[in-house]
Design a binder for this molecule. Structure first.
Ligand code: SF4
Ligand code: SF4
Length: 397
């Protein structure tokens, strides 16, 4: 059984000593230079609100919903304070939100009970936009608001549920997460092919639930708890060596956050980065010609915030790609997506991406290990791939 990511005991906001280390790492503070939009400022607001010194206002909501939940503050705080958890908890108590945040709250609370319908709606909207006469103008507008999203024709879960390896050494489940399941099913297929080549049988449970990260981010802790319980029930019914996911946000949610919410996690949940890197030898044996593919171009490896700040699973794949001859430039600047943040704080989100856009656009390719970063890059016309597609190519030679 693959080891679980241990939940570290973290301290409460009331322990904060205002040192400002978190502020220096906060991408939103760096962008706005405003204390109340930075990590330390948000801690001060949370303390004041909890102590009854601040009332619930739209301004408070604006400050708390302008956080990416990137985790840079959690990782840097010398007192090990769980800032992001406190932010999510307080978000759930706020009533005076702006219209956009209210709308998104309802959509996530009720719509994500059945994510399939949400993505069907997105698919229908996409189809309409593709068939209107002013398609190009509309495309630009959709990109600006992060709404240029084209779902896969069939979700991963509806495409495949079992895939056997030739000489099986074990069985793992693939948890796709909503982005891979509904938007990038082909990435899920790549993962299955790679895992099969590593001699693992694959199972994908037909019963699919969102991991609960959007609900947790909006402060719907009860809903997130319910999802955690259902999810554990689904995976407990299989005998598995691991549960592998391509999305670091899902891995963080199903390990650390489930532990906080209900004291249990998905047994064996692991980031695909880490799982595949464990079998490096198998990949290196057959990946000779990967380097010839991108020699003329600079390739950037974009490190996702959730990999770096929450689950510490990030360096394995860039090291692996480098070791097979890929000239890789490592970059861990936040892409600006942030899930719900992208839709609530569209302007800020675009500003963050614009910081890296020129550099990233000039590179031949951006490789990353998070499907959500890819949504953001594609909305900004940045050529990007999930590492799993590169590994699949390498393995096939
Ligand atoms: S780093 Fe920790 S202790 Fe320092 S200001 Fe931020 S939350 Fe407070
Ligand atoms: S999670 Fe990221 S954006 Fe939010 S306060 Fe912490 S460092 Fe800033």
């Amino acid at each position: 059984m693959v080891g679980l990511i241990k939940h570290k005991v973290r301290r409460h906001p009331s322990d904060c000593v205002n040192c400002g280390v978190c502020k220096a790492r906060c991408p939103i503070y760096k962008e706005t230079s405003k204390e109340s939009y930075g990590a330390r400022g948000r801690m001060a607001l949370i303390k004041a609100f909890s102590d009854g010194e601040l009332i619930d206002t739209k301004q408070l909501s604006e400050r708390l919903f302008s956080c990416l939940l990137c985790g840079a503050c959690n990782k840097s705080c010398p007192l090990n304070i769980d800032l992001t958890r406190s932010i999510c908890e307080i978000r759930g108590l706020l009533k005076h939100k702006d219209k956009k945040t209210h709308l998104l709250s309802y959509l996530i609370k009720y719509g994500f009970r059945n994510p399939k319908n949400i993505f069907k709606g997105i698919g229908f909207f996409d189809y309409l936009c593709q068939h209107l006469p002013f398609k190009e103008k509309l495309d630009n507008l959709r990109r600006r608001y992060g709404l240029k999203i084209t779902p896969s024709k069939t979700s991963l879960v509806d495409t495949i549920t079992l895939s056997k390896a030739k000489e099986s050494i074990g069985r793992v489940a693939v948890y796709p997460g909503c982005s891979v399941n509904y938007l990038f099913a082909s990435m899920g297929i790549s993962l299955i092919e790679v895992l099969n080549q590593l001699n693992y049988d694959i199972v994908i449970p037909r019963k699919y639930f969102c991991c609960g990260a959007p609900q947790f981010a909006m402060g719907f802790l009860k809903e997130a708890e319910n999802i955690a319980r259902k999810q554990i029930e689904v995976f407990q019914s299989f005998s598995l060596d691991a549960v592998v996911s391509l999305c670091p946000t899902c891995v963080h949610m199903m390990s650390d956050v489930y532990e906080i919410l209900i004291g249990e996690t998905i047994q064996g949940i692991i980031d695909a980065n880490r799982f595949i890197a464990k079998h490096t030898k198998n990949i290196l044996d057959i990946s000779d010609n990967i380097s010839s593919l991108y020699t003329d171009n600079m390739v950037i490896y974009h490190q996702p915030c959730h990999s770096k700040n929450y689950i510490n699973a990030g360096n394995e794949i860039p090291s692996l790609l480098k070791s097979v001859g890929l000239h890789l430039h490592y970059d861990d600047t936040c892409c600006g997506f942030g899930g719900t943040f992208r839709f609530i704080q569209t302007g800020l989100s675009n500003m963050l991406t614009s910081r890296i856009k020129q550099r990233y656009s000039q590179s031949g390719l951006v490789i990353t290990s998070c499907p959500n970063c890819i949504i953001q890059f594609r909305n900004h016309n940045i050529n990007s791939k999930h590492f799993i597609d590169i590994i699949k190519y390498a393995m096939k030679g």
